[in-house]
Design a protein around this ligand. Structure first.
Ligand code: ADP
Length: 296
């Protein structure tokens, strides 16, 4: 379990990237969502022991975050941009990282290589040079590397960034299959990715917790606040009404997020994850489901 207790991170330029955050994360897949600049990467880098909190405490499986070596042995971290050795083959690269992770015996490295390559479905290209792989294959290779030594905590930053739609779906399916005995922490600004893979999530905004709970609980936040507006009423919307648009019953409709009926013929509709996410961010404050309440 990860316990984050009243943690703040202030960078040298006085930017407060994480602001008094308290959050606990249990086994399973957990999503960390928020707009660009919300503080997701900062939080992940603290969990990965790459930077230190300015104040507050973090423990991971009962180890304090300053016990770096112990934490790193339990951890696989896949940052958004991974520098591979492009001229090595997939196999050689994995062998290199396995050695870095102190898997000393060649036989053990070989066995682990076979397991992770099978898992991420890259067996066919194991003899290919990395520079010939597609973006999606490189992301999967990144996962294979983080999975070496079977870490108890996997941290993956922006899992589907830069992937085309087909690769995205394939990558998501891979994430769904990741172990139930581990903590898998995914950070993204794409709420759809999280809702397909994770049951529990936290939304952070300006370094603070804006929501913590299940995807269902997030949806329920916007249940009484998501309206479809008939086209002849769109012009009467107030400029500060919060609007998105999408297809509802074969028509492109304007969707307004508001806690009161925005136009006379506005109709309440079932929110999508994106509506609920935008609503939570828009209305500010802290919302939570049952899981989140435990942190209060
Ligand atoms: P996210 O991953 O959600 O996009 P980040 O954690 O990268 O957010 O950034 C949070 C805030 O901290 C942003 O305002 C960003 O500009 C700032 N920030 C991030 N890294 C640094 C750094 N090394 N020095 C100063 N400010 C930083």
């Amino acid at each position: 379990m990860i316990q984050i207790n009243e943690v703040s991170k202030v960078y040298d330029n006085h930017k407060k990237a994480i602001d008094n955050l308290t959050l606990s994360i249990d086994k399973g897949k957990f999503g960390l969502v928020g707009p660009n600049g919300a503080g997701k990467t900062t939080l992940m880098r603290m969990l990965a022991t790459l930077i230190k909190p300015t104040s507050g405490q973090i423990t991971i499986f009962d180890r304090r975050i300053d016990e770096k070596d112990e934490i790193r042995q339990m951890l696989g971290y896949l940052p958004q941009h991974v520098g591979f050795h492009e001229n090595l083959t997939v196999e050689q690269e994995l062998d290199f990282f396995a050695t870095m992770k102190h898997i000393v015996a060649k036989k053990d490295r070989q066995r682990q290589l076979d397991v992770v390559l099978e898992y991420v479905n890259l067996n066919e290209v194991r003899k290919e040079r990395i520079k010939t792989l597609s973006g999606g294959m490189k992301r999967r290779l990144g996962i294979a590397i983080t999975m070496l030594n079977n870490p108890r905590l996997l941290i993956i930053d922006e899992p589907t960034a830069g992937l085309d739609p087909e690769e995205r779906i394939r990558f998501r399916n891979l994430l769904i299959r990741l172990g139930e005995d581990q903590i898998v922490l995914l950070s993204t600004h794409i709420i759809e990715d999280i809702s397909k893979v994770c049951n529990l999530l936290a939304i952070i905004d300006k370094g603070q917790l804006a929501f913590h709970g299940t995807t269902i609980e997030l949806l329920s936040q916007a249940k009484e606040a998501t309206w479809a507006i008939p086209s002849n009423e769109v012009s009467s919307l107030l400029s500060n009404d919060f609007v998105a648009s999408r297809i509802v019953e074969d028509e492109v409709k304007s969707i307004v997020l508001s806690d009161s009926k925005p136009t006379p013929n506005a109709q309440l509709i079932t929110p999508h994850m994106e509506d609920a996410y935008l609503w939570v961010l828009h209305k500010g404050g802290k919302a939570c489901g049952e899981e989140g309440k435990k942190n209060l």
